[in-house]
Design a protein around this ligand. Structure first.
Ligand code: GTP
Length: 366
């Protein structure tokens, strides 16, 4: 089985954190999302993964062209301009011309069974099958209306008015190679806008229902939610605490499950970390700190008596003493937040910026 992973988008909704890394390399419980996606594909029998890249392609190529994934071939294809969600498939045609293949948005944390989806596609016999999921608010998604045989009767991208169905496109597909002939070459083409509505009209689009874990990490809140979901699952067999190598937790410091602590982390006395905190490797947490509902990337330094709640803190950020960082704050890589600063809800700090004064209204600090 072959799979194309779409991983070339600009990730604008995750700025400023995505200014320095593509979202597929954002850690989810301390490992890049794309590592997890590739591993699951391999578990379900995929032996060739094509990474469709554009924005910050080099960062992804550096990792996956050198990293050893046993029994799997990884091919990186870089678009010289963004080709959308279907254009990259046309570009990859020479690797895809024999059997049906999987296509996935590379920004989704899910436990879907790819093998099952693939077999469902073969059974249905259409040109394409899309994984669908039931949600309450369908307005942000592509909505599918189905008949009783799982055939998609209508595909409506981001509906404006009322729609009958609550089933949405989960961003995971199996396509027959014949679909490649329908994609015009050399320009941006979206599966959701140009191909799926047409395939639905032709009676060639089927659905596969999946109701398990599925989180699109495209927005900061959803990224935090993906970490929470996975933390619950992965910490369970470890009594709620995932502990890296050579971690030092000083006397009187408390870890409140579920929590994930990366390698070489130091937590000083009197600090409380968790619930729902992920600390990347080499983080240092000073005395008397409180960290909850947050993700800290690698190498974050937090000074004594600081509090972080519901925030995402980029790599190698330095946070001073007595700092307060509130819900929804996003701190770009390498930023410095000086002593006694408070950042109110929803403040975003650009990479390498120094913040010397409190910010009490939501804004982007450039
Ligand atoms: P936003 O700018 O925040 O909307 O993010 P995005 O650019 O990633 O767009 P979106 O979340 O809609 O993309 C869904 C998936 O398709 C993600 O995995 C993207 O990386 C991928 N994607 C989007 N556009 C392109 C593209 O032009 N080329 C490739 N190769 N992948 C893309």
């Amino acid at each position: 089985m072959k799979a194309v992973v779409l991983a070339g988008g600009f990730a604008t909704r995750l700025r400023p954190l995505s200014c320095t890394r593509p979202k597929q390399l954002f850690p989810v419980v301390n490992r890049p999302l794309l590592d997890r996606v590739i591993e699951r594909l391999v578990d379900h029998g995929v032996d060739e993964v094509i990474l469709a890249l554009h924005y910050m392609a080099e960062k992804i190529m550096l990792r996956y062209q050198n990293e050893f994934f046993s029994d799997i071939r990884i091919i990186c294809i870089k678009e010289d301009r963004p080709l959308g969600t279907a254009g990259p498939l046309k570009l990859a045609t020479r690797y895809l011309d024999k059997e049906p293949f999987l296509v996935l948005n590379g920004d989704i944390l899910t436990f879907i069974n790819y093998r099952d989806l693939y077999e469902h596609h073969l059974k249905c016999g259409g040109l394409a099958t899309i994984a669908v999921k039931k949600v309450e608010d369908v307005s942000r998604y592509g909505v599918v209306e189905l008949d009783e045989r799982w055939r998609v009767m209508r595909f409506i991208e981001k509906p404006k008015g009322e729609v009958k169905s609550k089933m949405i496109n989960a961003g995971i597909y199996v396509l027959d190679p014949k679909v490649l002939d329908m994609i015009p070459p050399g320009r941006k083409v979206m599966l959701e806008e140009e191909l799926f509505p047409k395939l639905a009209r032709d009676g060639q689009l089927y659905a596969y229902r999946y109701d398990g874990v599925w989180v699109d990490i495209g927005k900061p809140n959803d990224y935090l939610r993906a970490n929470e979901k996975l933390l619950e699952v992965e910490a369970k067999p470890h009594n709620g605490v995932i502990m890296g190598r050579e971690v030092i937790v000083k006397k009187g410091a408390e870890l409140i499950p579920p929590v994930a602590i990366g390698d070489y982390v130091v937590i000083e006395e009197g600090s409380r970390v968790g619930p729902y905190a992920c600390l990347g490797s080499r983080c240092f947490i000073g005395k008397g700190c409180m960290i909850t509902d947050s993700v800290l990337f690698e190498g974050v330094h937090v000074g004594d008596y600081s509090a972080i709640k519901g925030a995402i803190i980029g790599e190698n950020v330095t946070i001073g003493r007595w700092v307060k960082i509130e819900r929804g704050c996003l701190i770009g890589d390498g930023a410095v937040v000086r002593d006694e600063v408070t950042l109110t809800q929803g403040v975003a700090v650009c990479p390498y910026k120094e913040v010397k004064e409190s910010i009490l209204t939501p804004c982007i600090l450039k």
